[in-house]
Design a protein around this ligand. Structure first.
Ligand SMILES: *Cc1c(COP(=O)(O)O)cnc(C)c1O
Length: 341
């Protein structure tokens, strides 16, 4: 049996042998009592790395964004986010459902930016007719695209002019940093708070973290407990994230290189493919995604249909992954087309 190739997401990775070893060796305590040394060590290493004074380990990226929103905003407040932002579109409306916090989604350019004038126009006046605008949320990377380096600065200035806070959903912040060559700490500088996922391209099984000021993180810790994210011997998990922070950041460049290689080879076959950091976006004729997904599945390659199809490269792929994918695509292109009714 050939090893499985799972391109559905970079969340699918299993711990490496060395990561398991780090988890096994981690000293543990009870993090709700605040005495798990491995969680504390991870939180301070990450805060230091990203230029913040404090950080909070949380089970998921969704909870990290939720806790950030609950801490930045109160009932009847609102946050401005891109129409396609994860924290607005893909998190079950958690801030509204649990916090009475209203989203103000705005149209978004393909690179994840919202028009500065549109942000400014969406800020509500101080009047009982309106929700109180408190926060702007950005996302980096956005659909695999690195947020333009000159964008967050002016958004920060706008937030300062209007007394708003600025949050970054940096689930794949380190992909953005590696791809742009801009240090993660520098990319984080404009933001009050930053959320980072360790269970994506960084390869940890579970875990995200929220960074901010000590006062903010103290309040966020309360909300984490309220939403059920206070974990006990979570040093086991934080040790995996800490290992990923120390050993899996630079290697993201390999995923980006493989994504570029795959996209280029797919284009050579006449397909419409674009690489963005560790993702390849493949646009096929309508209805053809399903057929390709089925052909890939028969060859032990898991992928999700689009459109467009997103193929995600990560550290848990065999070295011949790109070859094997291309082999299936070549055969699939030569097979007689099946009518889709
Ligand atoms: C995956 C993701 C999240 C949520 O992370 P989970 O750990 O899956 O809850 C948040 N934001 C972005 C941009 C993501 O890609």
């Amino acid at each position: 049996m050939l090893p499985l190739i799972d391109l559905r997401s970079d969340t699918v990775t299993r711990p490496t042998a060395a990561m398991w070893e780090a988890m096994r060796a981690a000293p543990l305590g009870d993090d709700v009592f605040g005495d798990d040394p491995s969680v504390a060590a991870f939180e301070s290493a990450l805060a230091e790395r990203l230029g913040f004074e404090a950080a909070l380990f949380v089970p998921s990226g969704t909870q990290s964004n939720l806790v950030a929103l609950l801490t930045h905003c109160g009932r009847g407040d609102e946050y401005i986010a891109a129409q396609g932002a994860h924290c607005y579109r893909y998190e079950g409306g958690g801030a509204a459902a649990l916090g009475g916090i209203q989203p103000q989604p705005l149209p978004t350019a393909a690179d994840g930016t919202m028009d500065l004038g549109a942000i400014e126009a969406a800020i509500k006046p101080d009047d009982p007719h309106f929700a109180r605008t408190r926060l702007v949320c950005l996302e980096d990377t956005f659909g695999g695209r690195v947020l333009p380096a000159d964008y967050p600065g002016p958004v920060r200035e706008l937030c300062d002019r209007h007394g708003l806070s600025l949050h970054l959903d940096g689930a794949r912040l380190f992909n953005a940093s590696i791809a742009s060559g801009i240090d993660a700490r520098e990319r984080c500088a404009p933001y009050d708070t930053v959320s980072v996922c360790f269970s994506k391209g960084l390869g940890a099984p579970v875990g995200s973290a929220l960074c901010g000021s000590p006062a903010f993180i103290e309040q966020a810790r309360r909300w984490r407990k309220v939403v059920g994210g206070g974990l006990r011997q979570s040093g086991l998990l934080a040790a995996a994230c800490h290992y990923a922070l120390d050993h899996h950041v630079a290697r993201l460049a390999e995923d980006h290189a493989r994504a570029s290689e795959l996209a280029e080879d797919l284009r050579d076959l006449g397909l419409l493919a674009e690489a963005r950091t560790n993702m390849v976006w493949l646009t096929l004729e309508p209805g053809q995604d399903r057929r390709l997904v089925d052909s890939l599945a028969r060859a032990g390659i898991q992928a999700r249909a689009g459109p467009p199809m997103r193929l995600v490269l990560h550290l848990d792929l065999p070295s011949d992954a790109v070859c094997r994918i291309l082999e299936v695509v070549r055969e699939w292109l030569m097979a007689p087309p099946v009518r889709e009714d």
